[in-house]
Design a protein around this ligand. Structure first.
Ligand code: DX5
Ligand code: ZN
Length: 242
């Protein structure tokens, strides 16, 4: 299981310290929530913040674009240091085109679904993505309550991906994730867990990571890092270069 802490719950007045503390504790991914005040009812930050953080950090920047018409911004976010760009199916009229463009920038591509969007929205895009993000809250804020329908949705998504050429696609769950629900999420097939408030409010981070990892130990269908590596190998020499 990969734990991707959501920067939205970090101490924005001391971001450099936060990045250093995460890496020292053993974190490898960082989830960055981009909201435009239109797709999501909140405004967060844009490429300049990533650009400022990039030289300070080796973390894998997992960038969650909760913006309308995300194709307008993928070049800027990639240039600023994004390693993975996730767009919302509900925000893009032509997601296949945008996902292909993301890969052509040498970046991993991801598609996110709101709680009410069926996994069928990804069926014909399974070959175009490295990760499927299932929102377990409505986009907008950290600290919202986890939606339990997500468990069943993860199982449906895993079957759908496996049957449609997406066996190597990672499943990420985002919203209301904690060490309490982590074991059930991993049981269902989640491989990347995003955590904002339930992570950053508990220090030291080493102990919090251990709590998430202990909760999911022995439940994984397959090692998530290895799945990502397989995906990289399969696409090297093609369009995916990072
Ligand atoms: C919600 C964001 C989430 C959020 C997670 O719109 O996409 O990534 O920051 O925060 P928690 O874990 O507190 O729900
Ligand atoms: Zn997010």
């Amino acid at each position: 299981m990969i734990l991707s802490p959501s920067l939205l719950s970090a101490d924005f007045a001391h971001l450099a310290d936060e990045l250093a503390a995460l890496e020292a504790a053993g974190i490898t991914w960082l989830h960055l929530d981009i909201m435009d005040g239109a797709f999501a009812p909140n405004i967060t930050f844009g490429p300049p913040l990533l650009q400022a953080m990039r030289p300070l950090s080796n973390l894998f920047f997992d960038v969650h674009l909760m913006v309308e018409d995300p194709a307008r911004y993928i070049g800027d976010f990639r240039a600023a240091g994004a390693d993975m760009l996730v767009i919302h199916a509900e925000a893009d009229k032509h997601p296949q085109r945008t996902l292909t463009a993301i890969r052509s920038l040498g970046c991993k591509s991801g598609l996110a679904l709101n709680p009410g969007t069926d996994v069928g929205a990804v069926r014909w895009l399974a070959a175009d993505i490295d990760m499927l993000v299932l929102m377990s809250v409505n986009p907008g804020f950290s600290g919202q309550a986890f939606l339990p329908a997500t468990y069943e949705k993860i199982r449906a998504a895993r079957s759908m991906l496996d049957e449609n050429g997406g066996a190597n696609v990672l499943i990420q769950v985002d919203g209301g994730v904690s060490p309490e629900n982590a074991p059930h999420l991993v049981d269902a097939g989640a491989e990347v867990l995003v955590s904002g408030s339930a992570f950053f409010t508990h220090k030291p981070y080493e102990q919090r990571i251990a709590a998430f990892m202990a909760a999911s130990a022995g439940r994984e269908r397959r090692p998530a890092e290895e799945a990502m590596q397989r995906r990289k190998t399969a696409l090297d020499g093609g369009t995916l270069l990072c």
